[in-house]
Design a binder for this molecule. Structure first.
Ligand code: CP3
Length: 352
C-alpha cells in the first residue's frame, strides 16, 4: 500500500511529499461531467455505485496519494429534519432554515448509520476497489460550518443570522452545537467502521469568527468531536488521523492547535512556514497552494508549488494540497502535472 499520506499524518519520514486535492473529483474532469449530465448531484451522492465510481476517477487520472469519498457535507443534516436541495448556479439550499430556539429543539438526533447509509456503502465499495493501493479519506462538515448552512439556509457572506443567534440566544446556540457535535462524531465513527483511513473535518467558514468567538462558541465542540473519535477504538485499530481544515484563519493557527487534530489544513492566506510556526511542533500540516494558481501558465504554477515545498523544507508531516477545493474550470492537465511535480521535486530536494 502507498502509505505516504498516512505516514505524513503521523509525522513519519516519507520518500517524497504526499499529495491529494480537495474536490479532486468534480466538474473540472470530463469523465465527471459525463456522469453529471445524466444524474442530479444528490442522486449521485446517494447512489453508492456512482459515488464509488466518481471517487475512483481522480485515482485513475492523477498521481495522488489518497482518495476522498465522493459525498457532501450537507446530506447528514437531512436526518435532523432539514430539507436540502442543490440549485443550479446557487449551490446548496436548506428550505426550512433554523430561525428560533424552538426550531433547534425540534431537530432530531439521527443515527448516521441509517440516515447516511449510502455514503457508508460507497466507502465499502471504494475500499473493495482500492484493494489497499491507496488510503481513503472520509469527511464531515464541522459543527460551525454545518450550523452556518442550517441557520442561513445556504451559503453566506457575513453569517449575520448565525452570529445573531450565537449572541442573542446562546442557550439555543449551544444546544444546536451539541447536537451537531454528536452527529459529526457519530458520522465520523461510522465512516471509520466502514473503512475510512482518515477523517477530514471541513470547517470551511470558521474564519468568519473573531478568535474570542471561536474559543467561546465553537472550539469546545470541535474538541468534543475529536475527543470522541480519538476515544473510540475500532477493530483494535485506534489512531485514525483527523485533519481539521478551515479558511481565512491567518492569525488563528495557534488556537486551531487546541483542537488536538493530528493534521491542520492551511489555506493560502498564510505562508506554510508561518502557519506551522504558529501551530508549533507535534502537528502535521496540509496545504496550501491557491487553487486559482492552477489557471496560470505552468512556469508560475511550478514556482508557487516550489515555494510551498521549500517552506515545508522536508519536515516530516507535510501533506501537499490546495488551500481550498479545485475550481470548476481548472485545466485537468495542470492538476495532473502538479501531482507529479510535487513527488519529483520533493524526492530530489527534501527527502533522502
Ligand atoms: O473533495 C472531494 O473531492 C470530495 C467531495 C466533496 C464535495 N463537497 C463534492 C461536491 C467534499 C469534501 C465537499 C465538501 C463541501 N461541500 C464543503 C466543504 C469544503 C469547501 O469547499 O469549503 C462545503 C462548504 C460544501 C457545500 C457545497 N456542496 C457547496 C457550497 C456546493 C456548491 C458549489 C459547487 O461547486 O457547485 C456543493 C456541491 C458539490 N459538492 C459539488 C461537488 C463535486 C458540485 C456538484 C455538482 O456536480 O454540480
Amino acid at each position: 500500500m502507498n502509505d505516504r499520506f498516512l505516514r505524513a499524518c503521523r509525522r513519519e519520514l516519507t520518500d517524497c511529499t504526499p499529495v491529494w486535492f480537495m474536490r479532486q473529483a468534480g466538474r473540472y474532469m470530463p469523465e465527471y461531467r459525463a456522469i453529471r449530465a445524466r444524474y442530479g448531484f444528490l442522486e449521485m451522492v446517494k447512489t453508492p455505485e456512482l459515488a464509488a465510481e466518481i471517487t475512483m476517477q481522480p485515482v485513475q487520472a492523477l498521481a495522488i496519494d489518497a482518495a476522498i469519498i465522493y459525498a457532501d457535507i450537507l446530506p447528514p443534516l437531512e436526518g435532523m429534519g432539514l430539507q436540502l436541495s442543490y440549485e443550479k448556479g446557487e449551490g446548496p439550499v436548506i428550505h426550512n432554515p433554523l430561525r428560533s430556539a424552538a426550531d433547534i429543539a425540534a431537530l432530531r438526533q439521527p443515527d448516521p448509520r441509517e440516515t447516511v447509509a449510502y455514503t457508508l456503502n460507497a466507502i465499502r465499495l471504494v475500499k473493495g476497489e482500492l484493494t489497499g493501493r491507496l488510503p481513503l479519506i472520509g469527511f464531515s462538515g464541522a459543527p460551525f460550518t454545518l450550523a452556518s448552512y442550517a441557520i442561513e439556509g445556504g451559503g453566506s457572506r457575513e453569517y449575520r443570522r448565525t452570529k445573531q443567534l450565537m449572541y442573542r440566544e446562546p442557550a439555543a446556540w449551544h444546544a444546536l452545537m451539541a447536537k451537531l457535535a454528536r452527529l459529526v462524531s457519530d458520522y465520523a465513527l461510522a465512516q471509520i467502521a466502514a473503512g475510512a483511513d482518515a477523517i477530514q473535518l471541513f470547517d470551511s467558514w470558521v474564519g468568519a469568527l473573531s478568535p474570542a468567538d471561536y474559543v467561546e462558541f465553537v472550539l469546545p465542540y470541535v474538541q468534543q468531536v475529536i475527543t470522541a473519535i480519538h476515544a473510540a477504538t475500532i477493530d483494535g485499530a485506534p489512531g485514525t488521523p483527523i485533519i481539521y481544515f478551515g479558511t481565512g484563519l491567518s492569525g488563528m493557527y495557534g488556537l486551531l492547535r487546541q483542537s488536538s487534530a493530528e493534521v491542520i489544513g492551511v489555506d493560502w492566506r498564510s505562508t506554510l512556514d508561518d502557519a506551522w510556526a504558529q501551530l508549533g511542533p507535534g502537528v502535521a500540516v496540509q496545504g496550501n497552494l491557491d487553487p486559482h494558481t492552477l489557471f496560470a501558465p505552468w512556469e508560475l504554477i511550478e514556482r508557487r508549488a516550489t515555494d510551498v515545498l521549500d517552506r515545508a523544507a522536508g519536515r516530516p508531516g507535510h501533506i501537499f494540497n490546495l488551500g481550498h477545493g479545485i475550481l470548476t474550470e481548472t485545466p485537468v492537465e495542470n492538476v495532473a502535472r502538479l501531482a507529479e511535480f510535487v513527488h519529483a521535486y520533493s524526492s530530489i530536494h527534501h527527502h533522502v
